[in-house]
Design a protein around this ligand. Structure first.
Ligand SMILES: *Cc1c(COP(=O)(O)O)cnc(C)c1O
Length: 393
């Protein structure tokens, strides 16, 4: 028999098991909802990015079904060949209006939007100045660009300024931060970074994946939240989290978008969204404009749950929004907390290295607009019970 050349992968997996880092995938039995069934157990779900409950919103469902009936299930090509349908253009126009920018381009995912944009607008001789906790898709895009990457400590705009000030004067420089950091829930230092970008003529870019539909008027994002319209050159948003469907987009000037149409590799070489996805996203933007009470409820639940965790004495870090980490430290203990909570009826995923630093393992919670206070109170009771058993509070 031929020896298995991939044997080393099994060895790697065994080592993960020894370190307590091996994770089995949790499986949803039905829809992505606030109270749902996972692995055949009824749980309050505190792990989705479905901030506004749009994954199951009737308007999105209907529009997606209608688009499937009238336009089919696939686009059949990449955008620049035959895969640009009228509904794709309609979505890009509507997003531009929503974001108050000249234009937008939609990618297959937020990951593709970040990686495709950073890698195409910068090259060999350029410099990328990036927050140390920026998302993996930014890091991958930066690597693909072959530009020099300089990392500044988390949210430290003064450190970013020192880095930029030391560069030769005419260096093309991209300054980039997440709008909301996905593992801590805190806001990036966007206003201060915009000042640095203005002073030195840097390209300013923000990744608003967790801010889309959450921060700013009707969920327009952190640029709107901080009143920075016109000062951020490249805004990335996702359609996969609060918007409830799938995709990512870049909002900015007409020249930026047309350049990405010509150069962004995921746009050029990977097939565009099925019509149902574009239709669901169009419906979602309507919902953001016409049902602002969803965002109000999200923030009400955020305050209720976060203050509950803090009153119990958990270390919830520095979060500014619906993402609230419960920081435990040791990875095995974080996984234990998550597993024990699950047994009690609460799903909150444990997160360890390499997603967060080795000594900052945690259980991450995310509330949505569709959780009831009763569900959140139940979750807090479970956190209290398990937290005491594990000596965390
Ligand atoms: C989730 C996320 C992305 C990727 O978005 P997808 O649409 O899921 O591909 C990019 N950046 C950040 C900060 C994220 O949290």
């Amino acid at each position: 028999m031929r020896p298995d050349p991939l044997r080393f992968l099994s060895d790697e997996l065994d080592s993960l098991k020894e370190q307590g880092l091996y994770r089995r995938l949790r499986v949803l039995d039905g829809e992505q909802k606030a109270h749902t069934s996972i692995d055949h157990q009824s749980v309050v779900n505190l792990s989705s990015n479905n901030y506004l409950g749009l994954t199951t919103h009737p308007k999105l469902r209907e529009r997606a079904l209608e688009a499937t009936r009238t336009l089919g299930v696939g686009s059949g090509s990449v955008r620049p060949i035959a895969g640009t349908m009228r509904i794709h253009m309609e979505l890009e126009r509507k997003l531009a209006e929503f974001k108050r920018t000249e234009a937008t381009v939609v990618f297959q995912s937020g990951f593709a939007a970040n990686a495709g944009t950073v890698s195409s607008i910068l090259g060999n001789d350029d410099v990328i100045v990036s927050d140390e906790l920026n998302h993996a898709s930014i890091i991958d895009g930066a690597r693909l660009s072959r530009a020099t990457i300089k990392v500044f400590p988390h949210r430290d705009a003064d450190a970013a300024r020192t880095i930029v000030a030391a560069l030769p004067r005419d260096t093309r420089t991209l300054l980039i931060t997440d709008g909301v950091f996905s593992m801590d829930g805190d806001l990036g230092a966007l206003p201060e970074l915009c000042d640095v970008a203005d002073e030195f003529g840097c390209v300013m870019m923000v990744d608003d994946a967790h801010a889309s539909g959450v921060f700013g008027k009707n969920g327009r994002g952190t640029v709107d939240h901080f009143g920075l319209h016109g000062r951020v050159d490249v805004q990335v948003g996702t359609l996969s989290k609060a918007i409830g469907a799938l995709g990512g987009y870049v909002a900015g000037s007409k020249a930026l978008i047309e350049f990405l149409y010509h150069r962004a590799r995921p746009f050029l070489f990977s097939t565009s969204h099925p019509p149902a996805v574009a239709a669901a996203c169009l419906a979602a933007i309507d919902v953001l404009e016409t049902e602002p009470e969803l965002i109000d409820r999200l923030w009400d639940n955020t305050r209720f749950f976060k203050s509950g965790l803090q009153a119990l004495g958990f270390n919830t870090g520095l979060s500014d929004g619906p993402i609230t980490p419960v920081i435990v430290g040791d990875a095995a203990r974080a996984m234990q907390l998550s597993d024990d909570l699950f047994r009690e009826g609460v799903f909150a995923q444990g997160i360890g290295f390499p997603t967060v630093p080795r000594d900052k393992a945690r259980v991450r919670t995310i509330v949505t607009a569709t959780h009831t206070h009763d569900e959140l109170r139940f979750a807090l009771d479970c956190f209290a019970k398990v937290g005491r058993t594990l000596d965390l509070i």
